[in-house]
Design a protein around this ligand. Structure first.
Ligand code: ADP
Ligand code: MG
Length: 331
């Protein structure tokens, strides 16, 4: 099968809700470039993420979930800015043309793409070690996008849904027969294989949150980016981190907190907002059925050290790299 046959067969998907013209695609895949019509008054938000086999995912994971993760991690970046997904391109590097694999990959890809109304405008197909690189483009009203650099002192810090399951899933993967594992373990694995990009939450935060990002490398590491960009520090109560019952049941409270604070791959949003927006935000999130939890607040930094500080039972608490925890020395 040639490159063009692969594209025609697996990546020329049409769906009933959206066609090229309703998606603002003036010229579809097939030429050297696609031509896109941005909506009036909108800014474009663009981001690329590459997933390399056995670095960012297990190559023997189902192709359906590989495709889902690849697109979800990109959509998550749009969610973090409050942008609405519009278009994406797909650069696929394949060791060989395996039709069964491609059919599953294509199914996983377009299930998620159709769910969020994002249109595949083109890409590239090459031979080599398995890797997937996706570029997403979204739209956001002029000058409203949520950024990392606008957190304010005394802002509350919150996260969507629950944290830690995806990182904990690596304890159970790779797994041959996932459907035969206990349900709690299947749920934890699903958090890793099928992350849900928080697009509704991101758009709900527009005009309310001062800063936001998505959690891909772990809450503490990612919140550090807001601190650095906003030149502030963050104070987090580890007791407040939202944890799933499955995670606590499988690993215990302490280890669950560790996964939630330091593990990656959650693709939840972390955001900050002024205290006087609390009522408005509570109402909007409730209307949309979005779970979220306040976990701390932003502070002025001492001596220009912009850092994330944690407490557990109101005592200062630090994680160290080796996975061993101890109380902070400078308190
Ligand atoms: P060029 O050599 O001009 O870069 P290609 O031969 O790589 O073009 O691709 C031909 C057309 O097929 C282009 O419009 C491109 O966007 C599209 N295409 C290639 N790979 C994919 C893919 N994996 N998914 C969707 N469209 C693709
Ligand atoms: Mg090419």
């Amino acid at each position: 099968m040639q490159e063009f046959d692969v594209i025609a067969r697996f990546f020329s998907h049409q769906n009933s809700q959206q066609n090229a013209s309703s998606a603002g695609v003036l010229l579809d895949k097939g030429d050297d470039c696609a031509l896109l019509q941005p909506s009036q008054g909108k800014q474009l938000a663009i981001s690329t993420d590459t997933l390399v086999a056995d670095v960012h995912f297990f190559a023997d994971m189902s192709a359906h979930s590989i495709a889902h993760r690849a697109l979800a991690s990109n959509l998550s970046d749009l969610a973090a800015m409050g942008a609405k997904p519009k278009w994406f391109s797909l650069a696929l590097t394949l060791p060989s043309v395996d039709e069964t694999w491609l059919a599953e990959f294509s199914r996983g890809l377009f299930e998620l793409a159709d769910l969020h109304g994002i249109y595949l405008t083109g890409g590239d197909t090459t031979k080599g070690p398995l890797a997937i690189s996706i570029t997403v483009i979204g739209e956001v009203n002029g000058n409203t996008a949520l950024k990392r650099n606008n957190a304010k002192p005394d802002d509350l810090i919150a996260v969507t849904n629950q944290l830690g399951d995806a990182a904990a899933a690596l304890q159970f993967l790779p797994a041959k027969n996932i459907s035969q594992l206990p349900l709690a373990q299947q749920n934890i694995i699903a958090a890793y294989q099928y992350p849900k990009p928080q697009l509704d939450a991101g758009q709900a935060l527009l005009g309310i949150a001062n800063s936001a990002l998505d959690i891909s490398d772990g809450l503490l590491a990612d919140l550090q980016h807001i601190c650095a960009a906003s030149q502030l520090s963050a104070q987090i109560s580890l007791d407040k981190l939202p944890l799933s019952d499955d995670l606590i049941a499988q690993f215990g409270q302490q280890q669950a907190i560790r996964y939630a604070a330091t593990g990656g791959d959650d693709y939840q949003l972390c955001f900050t907002f002024a205290k006087d927006k609390l009522c408005q935000l509570t109402e909007i999130m409730q209307q949309q059925g979005i779970h979220w939890t306040v976990i701390g607040s932003m502070k002025q930094s001492e001596q220009s050290r912009h850092q994330v500080k944690c407490t557990l039972d109101e005592q200062p608490f630090e994680f160290d790299r080796a996975g061993y925890q101890h109380f902070s020395e400078d308190h």
